[in-house]
Design a protein around this ligand. Structure first.
Ligand SMILES: Cc1cc2nc3c(=O)[nH]c(=O)nc-3n(C[C@H](O)[C@H](O)[C@H](O)COP(=O)(O)O)c2cc1C
Length: 366
């Protein structure tokens, strides 16, 4: 369905992909103890997040270049999320601009950015997000070096791309994708990086990814951003309880437990294993969100039991997008919604607030 290079761009992770695999497999160790006789005839999976009413605890997370999977991919996914009553976060590396995405009526609509080496660009994106009415700013902190994604290197899917004959042939062998993308391909680039009318496309020599990010970023940068952006500020990529505690104490409004879907530090803890420590550290002061490896409604329920308020999905929405655009993402969200509903019913739970640790099998510690 997708050319190998495009599939691997989403499916792959960093180096040995240990963290990528662990994100999913760690859910296997979380066993539920249902209480069917608690009675759960009517179930409600709605919640309030940072002042917004959501119909479901599953949001669309930021994924760069979604427009490579389906024409106008970002807006298709946002429209699907709006119909499902789910939230949406736009990536800094979206194909459309953040202003284009703001045309989709959806709340909450978050904008993701980094502490760029060029701090002026961080400020510019935050100010543009404010002008375009975004409801939250997501600062991703685990991307201070480009991840060592060896599948992308092998495929020549670097920026600028280094496509050999085999890779070009690989693109041509997916005529369905090529046909669908025929009008969109020439416009694929980084919409938010257009400056002075100069477009930054995938082949652009001006895009030096390694120079974009600053490994020297620190809490002072978070403080500075806090001063620029008045709305909810959300840290994404928090795994360590100390950082979660610092965030809660320094004006951050929510944290996302994440290892970037295993695309950055291979060897990092899985998100679900890091979640209880983060939840304990923030101790209810700010909402804790999570992404990484949530493939079923039961994984969402497990995460909520362990202290998450809501979850984000990355790859699953890209697969939905790749199959059927907006309808595909809608279908993915509907699968999560119906599975969460069934799992709640089977556990004997009517409200998300009642998903507590009493529903977990406790293993004897050794
Ligand atoms: C193709 C792709 C692009 C991504 N781009 C970004 C990005 O631009 N910014 C960001 O913070 N996270 C990005 N992520 C990470 C996701 O937001 C999320 O943390 C991760 O995909 C969650 O894991 P999951 O795919 O297992 O659901 C990207 C992930 C993928 C698969």
């Amino acid at each position: 369905m997708l050319p190998k290079a495009v599939f691997d761009l989403a499916d792959g992770g960093a180096e040995n992909e240990w963290t990528l695999r662990r994100n999913e497999s760690a859910f296997d160790d979380i066993t539920l103890l249902p209480k069917p006789l608690d009675g759960a005839a009517d179930r409600d999976q709605s919640l309030t997040l940072l002042g917004h009413q959501l119909a479901t605890p599953v949001m669309i997370g930021p994924t760069g270049l979604s427009g490579l999977f389906w024409p106008d991919g970002e807006r298709c996914a946002a429209r699907a999320a709006a119909s499902a009553g789910a939230g949406f976060c736009l990536s800094h590396a979206s194909v459309c601009t953040l202003e284009d995405l703001a045309e989709v009526p959806i709340a909450p609509r978050f904008m993701q950015l980094f502490i760029f080496t060029d701090r002026g660009f961080t400020r510019e994106l935050a100010e543009r997000a404010a002008s375009a009415g975004y409801h939250g700013l997501v600062l991703t902190i685990d991307n201070q070096f480009p991840g060592n994604r060896e599948r992308d290197l092998r495929n020549g899917f670097t920026i600028p791309p280094r496509l050999g004959p085999a890779q070009v042939a690989g693109l041509a062998m997916k005529p369905g994708w090529l046909w669908r993308m025929r009008n969109a391909l020439s416009g694929i680039g980084f919409g938010n990086y257009v400056r002075d009318g100069v477009k930054i496309d995938l082949a652009s020599r001006e895009m030096h990814v390694a120079d974009l990010f600053d490994p020297g970023m620190n809490w002072k940068d978070v403080e500075d951003l806090r001063g620029i952006w008045k709305g909810p500020l959300i840290l994404k990529g928090v795994l360590h309880p100390d950082e979660a505690r610092m965030a809660a104490e320094n004006g951050v409004d929510a944290v996302i437990v994440s290892n970037h879907g295993g695309r950055q530090l291979d060897g990092a803890a899985s998100a679900i294993e890091a979640l209880p420590g983060v939840a304990a550290a923030v101790d209810g002061r700010v909402p804790v969100l999570i992404d990484g490896g949530l493939r079923r409604g039961v994984d969402v329920v497990r995460a909520l039991i362990l202290g998450a308020t809501a979850c984000l999905i990355g790859r699953p929405q890209l697969w939905g997008l790749s199959v059927a655009g907006e309808a595909g993402v809608g279908r993915i969200l509907e699968i999560y919604r119906s599975e969460i509903d069934r799992v709640m019913g089977l556990c004997g739970v009517t409200r998300l607030a009642d998903l507590g640790p009493d529903l977990l099998l406790k293993r004897p510690s050794n």
